[in-house]
Design a protein around this ligand. Structure first.
Ligand SMILES: [Zn+2]
Length: 600
């Protein structure tokens, strides 16, 4: 990749509105001047991830991650700078002067994806080679057509120990092959050998069609190994976030606003083949809240099609709550006890399945059927209720949580207010996010008034109007600051503003080298400060700092006075008098004129 001119980078950043880009990944909610969501970079129950449309940056108050639109794409997609830039350029049709990212600059993510693409082709070719015949016969016997096999790039991993490794090692270093999860290391001699052997291979893609891993299925049902083996978590495979098939079915799901959710690859393929093209499957893990969030971007409703046996119904119950928590309408389709979607479709056909789907029960009806509360003992009832309340605790929206709690009270015929009290008591244990509003008062987390003043001044240097920034350049100096870190931030800021005092606030972080300072500046950028009198806060804070310095000087003089030889006493007393005079003059030195002064 050649060097991209700075102005092209700026142009690409400007053309990609951060709210648009981020909302393609997360459901953003407007609150005040900013948009909020639960952070994709750390586990959390309340939204502390915020995006500022005016400053074009994001920041998480929980884990501290933050930056501009490019940083977001790099962090979320795990891409290198060049790759993220390319993706954003394509998004807005700005041509880049380079065609491809050179191998040296490609991130591990890019290399791992290339490696997976290569593996997909190798396994797929093998399926259609003589050594894959048994596997192909098996798929055909299970009713999977060649069209489906080709569309989803199914493959076959033969029994040979280093079948894939030997084919990849010409193009990829061993360390990376190991990292990909496609190979494991022998404990004896550290040699690499294939993770997947003698299995039908299901490539797994993320919702944008990037390959991330594999599921491998044994054909022989009574083999001693697990029937399914999945890729481990790798830098490109986060199982909690991947829904199998979504890359193919997302548009159909978006159109119908409805998704059928199944448990396995085979269920997925069978449904898809029978014309149910708005389907997704979990991949290598139970359905998570992240799956629900992902699905919510495409659908309003989820119909759960799980196995008819007890384990399947139990899984459906869990999934139903994950789905409902994210305000997806949820219905549960119930199959006969011994069937799964795959077997049922093959036996009864599409029409029968279609009828079952139409009859799928809303969540509360499903619960009534599942628990049959009329026949439960008191102990069973109370256990079921506390289990359900536990599930409801994860509902991010308190109103939703309350609505479901009322429904559950009705279902088990227990007193509504008791359950509400119980759930509210439970939910209250989740700590509220720390409030970060700029009010001009001393926030609780500052140790001293001086620290608060330093904080406000930094805030104004970033978010303040131009005359305030200019006054800052003139009157602020690191020696005024006492907090070592805030002092460091001020130094960095002064450097940037000395270069260009009218730089848009959102661009400041890009010019700051130190990572900690940069994070802190981004955090300050996100602070809402509507309606404050910037000039007054600036002056008050500046006076506060000066006063603090003068007081400390005075105390120092008093200590000197105790040990001073008599001849020096008059001089020290004189200095103390001057100190008191200087304090009085602060009001005269710092008034609103300092902003006029610098404007001319
Ligand atoms: Zn976070």
């Amino acid at each position: 990749m050649g060097k991209i001119p700075e102005y092209t980078i700026e142009k690409i950043k400007d053309a990609n509105d951060i709210v648009d880009v981020v909302s393609a990944y997360l459901p953003l909610k407007k609150k005040g001047a900013n948009y909020w969501a639960r952070c994709p970079f750390h586990e959390e129950k309340t939204a502390s991830f915020s995006v500022s449309p005016s400053k074009q940056i994001y920041h998480c108050f929980g884990c501290g991650s933050g930056g501009n639109v490019l940083n977001f794409v790099m962090e979320y997609e795990k891409l290198s700078f060049g790759e993220a830039l390319k993706m954003l350029a394509e998004r807005v049709n700005i041509p880049l002067e380079f065609e491809q990212v050179s191998p040296g600059e490609q991130s591990d993510t890019g290399k791992l994806r290339d490696m997976h693409l290569r593996a997909i082709e190798i396994y797929h070719e093998t399926l259609y080679s003589p050594s894959g015949k048994a596997a192909l016969d098996y798929l055909h016997a299970r009713g999977i057509s060649d069209d489906t096999i080709k569309a989803f790039r199914l493959g076959y991993a033969p029994e040979t120990w280093d079948f894939l490794v030997s084919r990849l090692s010409g193009s990829f270093p061993g360390e990376l092959i190991f990292k990909s999860g496609l190979a494991v290391r022998s404990k004896k001699d550290m040699r690499l050998f294939d993770r997947f052997r003698e299995r039908v291979m299901f490539p797994v893609f993320d919702e944008r069609g990037n390959p991330v891993g594999f599921g491998g299925r044994l054909m022989n049902a009574d083999a001693k190994d697990a029937k399914y083996l999945n890729s481990p978590e790798t830098p490109i495979y986060n199982k909690r976030r991947i829904l199998y098939g979504l890359n193919v079915t997302r548009e159909m799901i978006r159109r119908e606003k409805k998704a059928l959710v199944v448990e396995g690859y085979m269920d997925f393929l069978q449904l898809y083949q029978h014309g149910f093209v708005n389907v997704v499957a979990g991949s290598g893990t139970a359905f998570t809240s992240e799956h629900a969030r992902l699905l919510r971007r495409f659908a309003d409703e989820a119909v759960l099609c799980y196995d008819g046996d007890e384990a399947g119904q139990k899984a459906a119950l869990r999934t139903a709550f994950s789905v409902a928590a994210y305000k997806l309408e949820c219905r549960v389709l119930t199959l006969p006890k011994e069937e799964d979607p795959d077997s049922y479709l093959r036996k009864e056909g599409a029409e029968a399945f279609f009828r079952l789907e139409a009859e799928a029960q809303p969540l509360m009806e499903f619960l009534r059927e599942y628990y049959r509360p009329a026949g439960m003992s008191i102990r069973e009832k109370s256990e079921a209720i506390s289990h359900l309340l536990e599930e409801l605790r994860s509902f991010p929206d308190p109103v939703y949580r309350e609505m479901f709690t009322r429904e559950i009270a009705k279902l088990f015929r227990v007193d509504e207010s008791t359950l509400l009290r119980q759930i509210n008591r439970q939910s209250a244990r989740i700590p509220a996010p720390e409030k970060n509003t700029f009010s001009g008062e001393k926030p609780k987390h500052f140790k001293t008034q001086g620290e608060a003043a330093e904080y406000f001044l930094l805030n104004l240097m970033i978010n303040g109007k131009l005359p305030v920034r200019k006054a800052g350049l003139r009157y602020l100096s690191p020696v005024l600051f006492q907090h070592p870190f805030l002092k460091q931030v001020l130094e960095a800021l002064l450097k940037v503003l000395n270069n260009n005092v009218s730089i848009p606030a959102g661009h400041i972080p890009d010019k700051v080298e130190d990572a900690k300072c940069k994070q802190f500046i981004i955090q300050l950028l996100m602070e809402e400060q509507n309606g404050i009198d910037e000039e007054k806060v600036f002056i008050d804070s500046l006076k506060q700092l000066e006063l603090q310095g003068l007081r400390q000087d005075y105390d120092k003089l008093t200590r000197e006075l105790n040990d001073a030889p008599p001849a020096e006493v008059p001089l020290i007393l004189k200095k103390q008098m001057e100190n008191l005079e200087a304090r009085k003059k602060l009001d005269i030195r710092y008034n609103k004129d300092i902003f006029l002064e610098v404007e001319t």
